[in-house]
Design a protein around this ligand. Sequence first.
Ligand SMILES: C[S@@+](CC[C@H](N)C(=O)[O-])C[C@H]1O[C@@H](n2cnc3c(N)ncnc32)[C@H](O)[C@@H]1O
Length: 357
Amino acid sequence: MTTSTTPAIDSARAEAFQGRLGSLLNDSFLALLISVGHRTGLFDRMCELPPSSSETIARAAGLHERYVREWLAAMVTGRIVDYDGARRTYQLPAEHARLLTRAAKGDNLAVITQIVGELGKVEDDIVHCFRAGGGVPYERYHRFHELQAELTAPVFDATLIDAVLPMTGMLDALRAGISVLDVGCGLGRSTLLMARAFPASRFCGLDLCADPVLRARRAAAEAGLTNVSFERGDAAELAAPARFELVTAFDVIHDQARPAEGLAGIRAALRPGGTFLCVDIAASSNLADNLDHPLAPMLYASSTLHCTAVSLAQGGAGLGSMWGQELALKMLAEAGFRDVAVQKLDGDVFNNYYIAR
Ligand SMILES: C[S@@+](CC[C@H](N)C(=O)[O-])C[C@H]1O[C@@H](n2cnc3c(N)ncnc32)[C@H](O)[C@@H]1O
């Protein structure tokens, strides 16, 4: 005989969850409109204006007032913009402008909200993959490389030369002249910055995708840099002979289809005594240890919608961006790196900096 029992409902918990879902729905829509505010320059214009009408704000931004007024209503009720109901004027408070405008550079969190809409575009593909397996190729993410560069360029500008590269202990060698490989260079911001800062060294940016490589080559030509080149290729196909004293990989290893082969290839491409600077998501490999990670839901979600999917699209490992420190250290050791230090960078909550030799 079977008996069915209805689980007892903790009504306080149920009510709290209902409230949380309400906030989540409001915030999801606000994230999309914050992205629109960033792309249209509305936040940038508002931060230059005194409390203003929707007409004035629309004119300053060169936009249609009706859309701007509706957007402002969402911003006001979402407590992002202040509203004076008597005067019908809107103002972006300075405390919010410092996190939502281009002037904020690396602190501009509106840049990240663009990823919500970008990943939303592949939702149909992802639902199909949940049922049929496989993955979503890079070509389906139309603005991915551009958004990635917008996200990381201010961080590279502010930290790469003065704070990140010193972790490698290679500054004197870079000044004297060495060969450097930047794996998964995307649009090449990191490679170009290093090439400009160390004219006696030679830099090669490598990326799997054709379009960013072409754009990086154009940027190098425009900057008149002659000590840098960009090549299309797969890190997993790197091999001896060892040509480089330093290899860098910024936020790349977890996206790869064949990350173990990629790490072994990097090891093989390094000259004896060379250094590998591997920057990747700071998290644990164990889900239970990430419960208090402040960005875990966003990182696991973007991993589902992009990092895991692009790897699986190539028949790959689908490591995911939350592969974590324990697995990263294990895989670095298996690739032959015997001495690995894990460092953190002040102000960068996203990443671990693995210095591997
Ligand atoms: C998350 S993006 C990081 C781009 C850049 N390093 C940055 O920090 O802005 C990952 C990059 O790795 C590239 N990539 C993925 N798998 C690769 C592979 N097997 N070999 C070389 N590049 C790869 C992608 O095309 C993409 O440009």
